[in-house]
Design a protein around this ligand. Sequence first.
Ligand code: ZN
Ligand code: ZN
Length: 152
Amino acid sequence: MSSATTSSYPAQGGCLCGAVRYELKAPPDGSWICWCLSCRKTTGSICSANSHCKAKDFCITKGEEYLTLYKEAGTSSGQVFEGYFCRLCGCNIHTTSDVMRQEGSIIVTSGTLDEPHILEWKPTAEFFCMRKPGYMGTFQGTKTFVKMPEGH
Ligand SMILES: [Zn+2]
Ligand SMILES: [Zn+2]
């Protein structure tokens, strides 16, 4: 494992099976852990590591035809979230919504990066801690929020 603390850009990422690949031209504006029900169920894990990026910095470089859209209505914010996953391996790549499109932002699942250990991708906050299992502690150096704070 590299000990690099900054990535070279574009950073590379992709799904588990390798069919879908993407590039990010710049570091994320923010990275966090989310304990919400949607993140838990879409990842099949107990939480998700999400990175908020500028949509213009994100580019699918391979396998766009394998990306499948799942529209999730009924989220706590009232937004319809549009999650894109690889139909071959089920890996969640990115999420968008009408609000995010207006903002020019996109959420990329941090775990799909080839080098997620890079400090620029370190989560700085935990959202929806109201759903966090009692056996879990706090990640190192994160601010915790019961729900989603304003502005996210
Ligand atoms: Zn795949
Ligand atoms: Zn979430």
